[in-house]
Design a protein around this ligand. Structure first.
Ligand SMILES: Cc1cc2nc3c(=O)[nH]c(=O)nc-3n(C[C@H](O)[C@H](O)[C@H](O)COP(=O)(O)OP(=O)(O)OC[C@H]3O[C@@H](n4cnc5c(N)ncnc54)[C@H](O)[C@@H]3O)c2cc1C
Length: 482
């Protein structure tokens, strides 16, 4: 065993002696992994293959005690610290180079209270794992559309998916959280206990501490929901998008319809002659009564002349994983995202133009529809502020060969620039890549940033938790960079 050199928050280095490392290993219930040791590669590999960082030390936490241990070490020695939940975030802040990484992915407990309609969930749980447990009781809370995403990062940024128009954001359904704050103590945050911290956690990302347990409200959903895809040739995109904006404007909150534009993958229900050609796909889910759902989704099905329509009853947990094959981990990825209040003609023109120049078969543009329950909460109800947004456009650039980095990233930035005049300037913090630090204050948090910065100054004055879309503590000049 040798001494370990780690990077500090100030950008300098510090050394942990072999004796200190051994002592830490002995105190943990989970594993401590050094480079080359079992578990190390698994911990540092995240969804976005663009991110290839090598922490000096990984604590694979088994519970809150391990998290407290690791946070205290980072605080006492001023170590650069990264926190990993599901490892899905596009920006890759779950992993740091040469610092200390807390990997929460071993913390997998989900406890459902069917009578009280609530769930206690540990931070290593994925959306699919949460849905699996909650659906055993016909219950669910709003989560995202890719089942391998971590509940932790998704929740802390806001969280939305097929149930959000009916039941709000994930954070609107958060009842409480256990948090290890920068001073290494565990506190509970809820409407009644530490309400300021609770407010900040609901959208403020990993800025305020390490959450070791989340508590959510659950709702009756499924077990089957009317859901599926309607696939169109892209040639009809203008009329289809015009029809889409009319249909969703009149849709009940139970119905959520998103648009995906890309080259058609070789799905069995898409006629072979369209494989590899540009298509426009409506993805829809009705979270409610099946017959009412059929009526609600009919206007969407009536648009244009689809080449495939596979809307039907599907198990909710299965539908939640419907996009998994297209979003598997291990590819290179770069995203750009805009919030929109309306899908204007200008935005539609920009989208059509962008899809005409897709740089690869896996690149796509998603248009998510929000509104309804999401927008019923006031802007200052939670740290997540975007309560008038109806559409989120997400430019997903995805490819495998590093030689294409320039072309793919360039395309995403061009599409973003073209769409900018039709967007609010706001952005969902969980869709921001690592080079968008300048958008955090105005774009991600807008009117809520001042309060967030003050709370950051209170809970994390030295900015220990800075490997994130960072909120700079008010009143402190923070030195060093991530
Ligand atoms: C393919 C794909 C599809 C997606 N679809 C949706 C969607 O439909 N809806 C949606 O809302 N979002 C969606 N997202 C975005 C997703 O919400 C974010 O990527 C989210 O950060 C993932 O959480 P994670 O725990 O997996 O990520 P991680 O990369 O592990 O964590 C992200 C950051 O969160 C912080 N963090 C994580 N866990 C903790 C914790 N326990 N305590 C404190 N801080 C923590 C850290 O700062 C970390 O850097 C999608 C992402 C991908 C890649």
């Amino acid at each position: 065993m040798t001494d370990i050199t780690l990077r500090t928050l100030e950008g300098t280095t510090t050394t942990l002696s072999a004796t200190e490392v051994d002592a830490l290993r002995g105190r943990l219930r989970g594993a401590l992994c050094l480079p080359g040791e079992p578990g190390y590669e698994q911990a540092r590999a995240i969804w976005n293959a663009m991110i290839d960082r090598k922490p000096a030390l990984v604590v694979r936490a088994a519970g809150a005690a391990d998290v407290i241990e690791a946070v205290r070490l980072a605080r006492d020695r001023g170590l650069l610290l990264a926190v990993r939940g599901g490892g899905h975030n596009i920006a890759g802040n779950a992993v740091c180079d040469r610092g200390l990484m807390i990997d929460l992915s071993p913390m997998k407990s989900v406890r459902i209270d069917p009578q009280g309609r609530s769930a206690r969930v540990e931070p290593g749980v994925t959306l699919g794992e949460f849905d699996r447990e909650a659906q055993a009781f016909g219950l669910a809370t709003p989560l995202g559309i890719n089942s391998t995403t971590g509940v932790a990062g998704l929740t802390l940024g806001g969280g939305f998916g097929w149930l959000s128009r009916k039941h709000g954001l994930t954070v609107d359904n958060l009842l409480g959280a256990d948090v290890v704050t920068a001073d290494g103590t565990l506190v509970h945050a809820s409407m009644r206990e530490n309400p300021d911290l609770f407010w900040a956690l609901r959208g403020g990302g990993g800025n305020f501490g390490v959450v070791t347990s989340f508590e959510y409200e659950l709702h009756p959903v499924g077990p089957e929901v009317l859901s599926g895809l309607i696939v169109h040739p892209f040639s009809g995109a203008r009329q289809l998008l015009d029809g889409y904006r009319r249909v969703v404007a009149a849709a009940p909150p139970e119905l959520t319809a998103w648009v995906v534009m890309r080259k058609a993958p070789p799905l069995p229900f898409v006629p072979a002659e369209y494989h590899g050609k540009e298509v426009l796909v409506f993805a829809a889910c009705y979270a409610g009564d099946m017959e009412r759902g059929r009526k609600a989704v009919a206007p969407l099905q009536a648009l244009g002349k689809p080449i495939a329509d596979v809307i039907g009853p599907h198990p909710f947990a299965g539908w939640q994983a419907a996009f998994d094959p297209l979003l598997a981990p291990g590819a290179r990825n770069y995203w750009k995202s805009h919030d929109l209040t309306t899908l204007s003609d200008g935005a539609i023109n920009a989208l059509i133009d962008a899809v005409g120049h897709l740089p690869g078969p896996e690149c796509e543009i998603f248009v998510a529809n929000l509104g309804e329950a999401v927008n019923r909460a006031p802007v200052d109800a939670t740290a997540y502020p975007h309560r008038s947004v109806e559409f989120v456009v997400n430019v997903h650039t995805r490819w495998s060969n590093a030689s294409q980095d320039g072309e793919c990233i360039g395309w995403a930035r061009q599409v973003f620039d073209r769409l900018a005049p039709f967007a609010t300037g706001g952005v969902y913090v969980n869709f921001m890549p690592e080079d968008e630090g300048q958008r955090v204050a105005k774009g991600a948090y807008g009117p809520n940033y001042g309060r967030l910065a003050r709370l950051k100054g209170q809970y994390d004055p030295t900015n220990l938790f800075r490997m994130n879309q960072n909120i700079v503590p008010a009143g402190e000049r923070v030195s060093g960079t991530a």
